[in-house]
Design a protein around this ligand. Structure first.
Ligand code: FMN
Ligand code: EPS
Length: 367
């Protein structure tokens, strides 16, 4: 199946199905010499794994990663890094009925249209479990970015109608609540809202916000590999993402140029700064040196037990109530997925940018 590869230099190929033997990723183009252990990757996978609270799917998986190749004596060798997580908790009988109909909002119908049949167990390749490969690769990218002084941080901005309040923003709160919100009060309200949804056998959506700090000006290639365009593709390729915006995003459409433009000024150290950051750190598809800020809108989990109308494979209109183990909301588990896709995209852009100037190439080769 084409379409499982992302990135130009730091390139990832994810593989595997939710109810198959395992899920993984092959990273090609990771520079040699990065110190890397399974634990470095596991920390990220633990943030994504299922079964962590009543707001996640009850499927219990440890998602233990194995490094199969590309690391020797604790350091990357520059050859393909293959990472694998074995599936251990497949319960395919949950899908024996689903095999005969199309879940509204899921990928069942379109996979059948495209391929003529589908792996219906656990949603196969369209499962949120595919994001394991993204997170494992993102952990590697984030480690290299960290060495370059670049950090990528995502968090839950809103759940249903509940949004974090900037005045209460505290990143350390994220670890203390089950919805990954950097605002304790909003988290309480969001959890109450989610409990109400669950009582109605329904699900809900929300927004993940991501901030990338420390990216130098000059990353991103006009025209089709703009940093903004590559981030949009990276994020919109995550299951259930329905919206993407950078900086002021859709709000910018309502402002005037005088409000939206970020004024430049000279900093004390002689470099150019911006007084505001409505652009979200990217101008002309190229990073401008300020924080890169973007948001992703996630739709509500499609598989719900509330009654829905659909059709079955024999062409009848039917009513269904979907049972099994599903996330009542995708957002809290998707936070680390967004972070990892951003890390992969930014790292790939940084490596690509190293070839953009003759003076830099000469400097590198000492000529
Ligand atoms: C981390 C993650 C977890 C998900 N969990 C579920 C789930 O438990 N049940 C479900 O029906 N969909 C879940 N999804 C969403 C489906 O994977 C997604 O809706 C499906 O692939 C169709 O793609 P689309 O929503 O982008 O059109 C999850 C997605 C992600 C990223
Ligand atoms: C297991 C995970 O989430 C799964 C994502 C998912 C879907 O349709 O996307 C459906 C469910 O799969 P299953 O019915 O096999 O439990 C979730 O549990 C995971 O993300 O690790």
């Amino acid at each position: 199946m084409a379409g499982s590869t992302f990135g130009n230099i730091f390139s990832i190929t994810t593989w595997g199905e939710s109810h198959g033997k395992g899920i993984g990723v092959v990273i090609d183009g990771c520079p040699a010499g990065l110190s890397l252990t399974e634990e470095d990757i596991q920390v990220y996978l633990n943030r994504r794994k299922p079964g962590q609270s009543r707001f996640t799917t009850p499927r219990k998986e440890d998602d233990t990663v194995e490094i199969l190749s590309g690391v020797f004596d604790g350091r990357t060798t520059g050859t393909p890094i293959s990472l694998m997580v074995r599936n251990t908790s497949q319960r395919s009988k949950d899908y024996s009925e689903i095999a005969s109909y199309y879940r509204p909002g899921h990928a069942d119908y379109t996979y059948d249209c495209k391929y003529g049949f589908r792996d219906y167990t656990g949603g196969g390749r369209s499962s949120g479990r595919e994001t394991i490969g993204r997170v494992a690769a993102g952990a590697v990218a984030a480690k290299l970015l960290q060495e370059l002084g670049i950090t990528v941080t995502a968090y839950t901005r809103s759940i249903g109608p509940v949004q974090i309040n900037e005045s209460r923003f505290d990143l350390s709160e994220m670890e203390r609540n089950a919805v990954n919100m950097p605002d304790a009060e909003a988290a309480e309200q969001a959890m109450a809202y989610l409990d109400a949804c669950r009582t109605k056998e329904d699900s809900c959506g929300g927004v993940v916000e991501c901030v990338v700090k420390g990216v130098p000006a000059g990353v991103g290639d006009p025209c089709f590999d703009k940093l903004s365009a590559n981030l949009a593709k990276a994020i919109c390729s995550i299951g259930a993402v329905k919206g993407f915006e950078i900086g002021d995003g859709f709000l910018a459409a309502r402002s005037c140029g005088s409000e939206n433009n970020d004024a430049f000024y000279m900093k004390e150290d002689g470099s150019v700064g911006k007084k505001t950051n409505h652009a979200g750190g990217i101008l002309g598809g190229i990073s401008d040196g300020s924080d890169i800020i973007f948001r992703a809108a996630f739709k509500p989990t499609p598989s719900i037990s509330a009654l829905q109308h659909t059709v079955n494979k024999t062409g009848e209109d039917i009513e269904v109530s979907i049972h099994g183990r599903h996330d009542p909301i995708i957002v809290p588990r998707a936070v680390v997925v967004v972070e990892c896709m951003a890390a992969i995209t930014v790292l790939d852009g940084l490596l690509t940018a190293m070839t953009s100037r003759v003076d830099l190439i000469k400097e590198f080769w000492g000529r």
